[in-house]
Ligand binder design. Sequence first.
Ligand SMILES: [Zn+2]
Ligand SMILES: [Zn+2]
Length: 388
Amino acid sequence: MYAPAGVKTSTEFPVPDTMKAWVLGDPGELTLKGKPVPVPKRAEVLVRIDAAAICATDLEVIYQGPPAMIQGGLPFNKNFTPGHEYMGTVVALGPGVDEYAVGQRVAVEIHAGCGQCKRCREGMYTSCHNYGLNYGDVDKGHRANGFTTDGGFCEYQVNNINTLVAIQDDMSDEEGALVVTAGTAMYALTELGGLVAGESVVVSGAGPIGLMAVAVAKALGAQPVILTEMRDNRLKIGLELGADAVVNIRKEPDVVAAVKKLNGGKGVDYVVECSAASKAVNDAVHMVNRGGKVCLAAFAHEQVPVDVAHIVSNNIYLYGIRGEGKSAVHRAEAFMRQKRFDVSKIHTHTFPLADLPTANRYAKDRVDDAIKVVVKAKLDAAHKVAAE
Ligand SMILES: [Zn+2]
Ligand SMILES: [Zn+2]
């Protein structure tokens, strides 16, 4: 039985010595294996993973490798378990931990950072200067679940207490797994200015982060919130999550003119770019008003030209964000706790953990209009559940 020295457990939540974990072999190759249940160290707890959501970045990691970095390189054939958006129940406490109790349900942030570099000290732990340095002689202890350390496509994982956010019992496991998605959208708006009441926001791209950016911007009091996207079904969800207006860029090819028309002829105060489309950055720069701010939250796949003279002559600010820094997940959870928006609108499918390859295919090929696909270890392996 699991009873490591210095680790507190409870008979109510028995922990086995070994668990099932998906392991990445060659690119795209996942195998379900047995692994030892990890042991929490100082300032860490063991989380029983109750639900894990699939993110487009997981698919990048599984098929291409970056931004995962394991032992200084690509994550392939290193006994690495991906998965970075998950929630669960605390089942063991590392030495000295009294911030959380066994049995508590938690959402989990991805990045713990090293805690000692300049950026970590500033709260920008997703931009840790010691990213991936958690091995060998230069072990800085950096952790980013499913990127530089084992992630959530398994039954148990250790997490630093700084990455945990306690959640209420009325939040479902699926919603809990999506707190970090909302947290990433919150970080974009935090970096753009934090308080956006009464200011105008465009969100480009209605993927999960874009849809959450609409919801969070609205909850922060933005007016108007405009969503641009090419799929009508996604625009409909954007309206349900609080968008005041939407632009289908397939029907309105001059998206800059369409946005300006919706906002009294002027550009907007903020653009959150979540589409990764090549043209989107330059469009964003022309959509903001003078002195406006643009946040780039999507991983683009190619280098794109932008109108630098326009940026300079109009004093436009460009921000790139990685993940969910500055405790943004806590703020997102507070909005969700207050029912300020319904994150379940972006959850479309749940599969058993054992069916991860099928779940990945649904997410990758958007089978059956999939948006957020969740896997659960406890789900009956015989069936998948389509969300309402
Ligand atoms: Zn993600
Ligand atoms: Zn750091």
